[in-house]
Design a protein around this ligand. Structure first.
Ligand code: DHB
Ligand code: FE
Length: 282
């Protein structure tokens, strides 16, 4: 049977990927952020999954704004790296895990989550930057297969935080019922507080971020009870990406251990964070 071995929450800011791609991680601006990742990266390198389930949002790169599913799962053999305007990132093609994808889709639909399926999907920074946070130097291939799980966080009405947490719980059940041996890591991506445009552009709410970073471990129900308006007011229009951390958290049990976390301002125009949790078994 498949098992969840850890959960990683991480920002997916495109410039974090660009810093790695362009050899700038030791620069004065970036070094504190990447130093903060180091203990988590070392631990993950010793606890390697077979499959990463990456909960992320497409940023209108592969999913046209004319048709935005609330939740989706990639079912492809592989996923090309999206061209977001500067050419695709120089990172490997993402290999899929179609048998696991199809199992997850079926289990989730049977569990009343009406999931859209992506048989073809180019993956943008929302997915590739978290993979680089996990594995900074993949060489010719990423060290694990990937199942993309897409959440609409960019077009109103986004799913509620409670629905995302419930999706994560259903996802956890679905993973654990996959009848093949597989070590699975679940990534929740995006956040923390940020707003990229409008009158409040540049918004950082450290008090909210620190509350969220703590509560995601011990009080996820409290975060699931916040409305989408609460998220946007407190964390900014794009800070609502944090609801994707709740999908990851829902897939873990209550018996978890915080391996490491880090919080850094600024990365681009945002507050960036990472939180890593080991699953100790239900
Ligand atoms: C930026 C883009 C993102 O998708 C995000 O989550 C954070 C920052 C940016 O363009 O800076
Ligand atoms: Fe984003």
């Amino acid at each position: 049977m498949a098992e969840v071995i850890w959960g990683l929450a991480t920002s997916h800011v495109p410039s974090i990927g660009a810093a790695m791609d362009n050899g700038k991680t030791g620069d004065e601006y970036w070094k504190p952020l990447f130093d903060g990742y180091a203990p988590a990266r070392e631990w993950m390198a010793e606890h390697t999954p077979d499959v990463a389930i990456v909960v992320y949002n497409d940023h209108a790169n592969a999913v046209d704004l004319d048709l935005v599913p609330t939740f989706g799962i990639g079912t492809a053999e592989s996923y090309q790296v999206a061209d977001e305007g500067w050419g695709p990132r120089p990172v490997p093609v993402v290999q899929g895990a179609p048998a696991l994808s199809e199992h997850l889709v079926r289990e989730l639909v049977d569990d009343s989550f009406d999931i859209a399926t992506f048989h073809q999907l180019d993956v943008d920074h929302g997915l590739t930057v978290p993979l680089s946070v996990y594995c900074p130097e993949p060489g010719d291939a990423w060290p694990c297969a990937v199942v993309p799980v897409l959440v609409n966080v960019i077009q109103y009405p986004q799913p509620t935080a409670a629905r995302c947490y419930a999706l994560g719980q259903a996802l956890g059940r679905a993973i654990r019922s996959f009848p093949h041996e597989a070590k699975v890591a679940v990534f929740g991506t995006g956040g923390m507080s940020h707003q990229l445009a409008g009158a409040r552009a540049g918004l950082i709410n450290e008090e909210f971020d620190r509350m969220f970073l703590q509560a995601i471990e011990t009080e996820p129900e409290k975060l699931a009870a916040l409305t989408r308006e609460d998220y946007i007011r407190e964390a900014g229009t794009e800070g609502i990406e944090l609801i994707m951390w709740l999908v990851m958290r829902g897939a873990l049990s209550d018996n978890i251990r915080r391996v490491h976390d880090t919080y850094h301002v600024p990365a681009s125009n945002t507050a960036a964070a990472l939180a890593l949790f080991e699953e100790l078994g239900a």
